[in-house]
Each structure stands twice: as structure tokens, then as C-alpha cells.
Design a protein around this ligand. Sequence first.
Ligand code: MTE
Ligand code: MO
Length: 425
Amino acid sequence: MPRVSQTPRGEETSYDRERLGQWLAGQARAEGISRRRLLALLAAASAATALPPVPRAAAATSTTIVKPLPDEWFTVRGTNAETKWESLHGTGYHTPVDHFFVRNHTSTPVIEGAGWRLKVWGSGLRGAPGIDQAVEFGLDDLRALPPVTHSAFVECAGNGRNFYTTQQGQTVSGTAWTLGAVGVARWRGVRLSQVLRAAGLTRDAMDVMPRGLDDEYVTGGVSLGHVRRPLPLAKALDDVILAYEMNGEPLPYDHGHPVRVLVPSWAGIASIKWVGDIEVSAEPLYSPWNTDFYRLFGPAYPDGGSPPLTRQTIKSAFELPSGAAFTAGGTYHLRGRSWSGAGGIRDVQVSTDGGATWRPAGRLDVPRRDGWVRWSVPWRPSAPGPAELLARATDTAGRTQPDQAVYNTQGYLFDAVVRHPVTVV
Ligand SMILES: Nc1nc2c(c(=O)[nH]1)N[C@H]1C(S)=C(S)[C@@H](COP(=O)(O)O)O[C@H]1N2
Ligand SMILES: [Mo]
């Protein structure tokens, strides 16, 4: 019997339990993953040891990114490029496209808009078309639909991962980002809901899985296929955009040209770049990106890991390099930004004495969901020597950055207050 299986936000756990139940009952499909593998992953007693190692990207001097990556703006980490926070000083609310971090599993494909087609298919559509009978949309078809514009961050779930190690002494796998795997842009495109409805969405639909046109991701000699991650229908119909513009320009190659998915407030992996097809399924879908990756594994989490990650956590960053130098007796305006996946930022406290005393930073922006707040605080360092700057944000949902982030093996969702070292001379 047809059934609407939408899960409101905030109920991801029950959503996950339901889809796992369906999967075990043989109703779900998990292309590229064996049932045994999934069972081991989801039900085994020691999830952390069952995890395959996530390769650390080798240090690379050449990259697979199209745009220039000047040293002043980026730290290159394997196939990825992290924005240097000090390079955002003096830029506006939106991260300039040429400063925006890039997270590529493989490399940026150069795909022209003219020949590009989006294929929408699956058992959740009228007539249950296979990929060969997919409903197709060209870029002009999307542009003919009413446009929407939304400012939102894209942030890698592993942003801040390096601090699990440097600040908490823990070993985690994955790219050793500091805080620069985040940017806020003004995205323009069409609502995914509109495209899904035009494609013949039915009440049976449950999961929506966009897939990228970049190369298949190969790790440990095994191809995991094209980058893809299912979204629950409720989120897909809520605020997800198929974006073709970023900060008023056509989407750049590195950020998904001609069209990317933009999933506001969720982990960056949800925002599939270079989208080529979208499967709409009446059964729960699995990919490595909602099973092996982008779940929390570790002593604080259930066997088999947490439900798939959804919203991002809360963070703050100073627009300063690590080890920035200040002159004793000088007056400075320390600037930074704070953001959260759970709401706007309503308060930021700053300490310039390693956490002994705190004072409120002046907010330069109103709290905005899916965005960040820029802030500023005056500082007059007195004594020469090393110092630590700290910023602690609170969001409109009442979350405050803790002193310690809860460990997970892959170092996702770091939310603790970061101790930013500087020197007073
Ligand atoms: N097709 C495809 N989409 C992708 C990725 C990818 O490698 N391939 N990386 C994801 C991850 S992990 C992140 S954090 C964001 C990064 O978006 P950006 O490179 O535009 O900053 O894209 C996501 N979408
Ligand atoms: Mo990411």
C-alpha cells in the first residue's frame, strides 16, 4: 500500500531506523555495497574496528582543481584546497568565489552547460522509469523555472578535524582541515522540489539520491562508484536547491558547473557537485557516503555508528593566521565569524587571555539561518609573549561551543572552542 514516508527535521534517528528496517527486510537497495558488508557495518559490535581506513591524501603540489590556488589564500591538502582564514579579512559577507574552499574526491571535471542533461529516474516517480527512461532536464529547462536565491554556507563535515589531534590528542582519519573548509555564498537556482514534481514524484517516494559526474572514487584499489548520497524526501522537498549560480556568476567548474545540489545547513557531502542524475526511490537508498562515511563511530556512539550526518555543528574562527604577531600597547580589532547548522548565531564571547576572562564580541550581522555572523572585538595586548585567542558562539537554537568535542573515529563535526595561538612582541 502506498505510503508517504516523510520525516520531519529533527527526527533523523527514527528515519534512519525505519530505512534500516526496510533494508533488512530486503526492500532497500545499496548499489555497490554487499548486504553482508552493510550488516557488518550497521549491526556489528565493534563498528570502529570494522571501518576501512580512510586514506590520508598525499601532500600534493599539483592539484586537480581548475582555479588558481595562490599561497596567500589556500592550503592545498591532496585533491582539496582549504581557505586561509586570514585571507577573508576585509572580504564581505559572502566568500569570494576565488577564495572558496574546494573539496574534491577526485578532480574537477570540466562540463559545459550546453550538452549537460539532468536525468531524474526511479521507483518513486510515476511509471517508475529506469535511468534509460529518465525524465531529462537541460540547463535551459531549469533556467525556465522560477529561480530562487539563498545565502548559505557549504561546510565539510570534517572541517576542524585537525583540532581533534592538535587540541585533544586524538587520532582521526581524513583530511586534516583546520577551520577553512567552509564558505558562504549566494546560490541561485531552482527548488529541487519543483524539479522532482515536474518529473512525476509520487507518494511512494522516500529517498532522493543525486550523483556526481566526476570520476568514480577509488580507495584501497576498490571503486566506490560516483560520489552520491541519499537525502530523505522531507529535506529534498524543503529547502534544497539545484544551483546554477554562485555569488551572481555561473557556477565555477570547481564548485559544480553547470549545476550542483545545495543542501542548506547540512554536511557539505550532501551538496553534490556536477550532478548528472537523481534517483528518486520508494525504498531507502544507501551509498558509502551514508554508511561507511559521514556517520559518527566511536565509544560515544551506538554500535554501527550514528544515523547519517545531517546538520552541521557550531564553530567560530578568527580572520588571522595561526601565530599572528601583535605589538604590545597597540590597539587592534580582532575579527572573526561564527556559524551553525542549527540556526543563526546570537552571541559570541571572546577571550584574549587563554580562556581566563571573556567579553562579548560586537556582531556585524544579524543572526541568519544557514549563514554566519561576522564579529569584531577590540584588543590592546599589554605584555609581550605568547597568547591564545578563543571565540565561543551560541546559536539561536541554544547550542554553545563546548571546551571539548566528542571524539569520533573520522573526526567529523568538531565543535569545540579553538585555541588560536598568537604572539605579542
Ligand atoms: N560530485 C561531487 N560532489 C561533491 C564532492 C565531490 O567530491 N564530488 N565533495 C563533497 C564534499 S565532501 C564537500 S565538503 C562539498 C564541497 O563543496 P565545494 O568544493 O564547492 O566547496 O562538495 C560535496 N560534493
Ligand atoms: Mo566534505
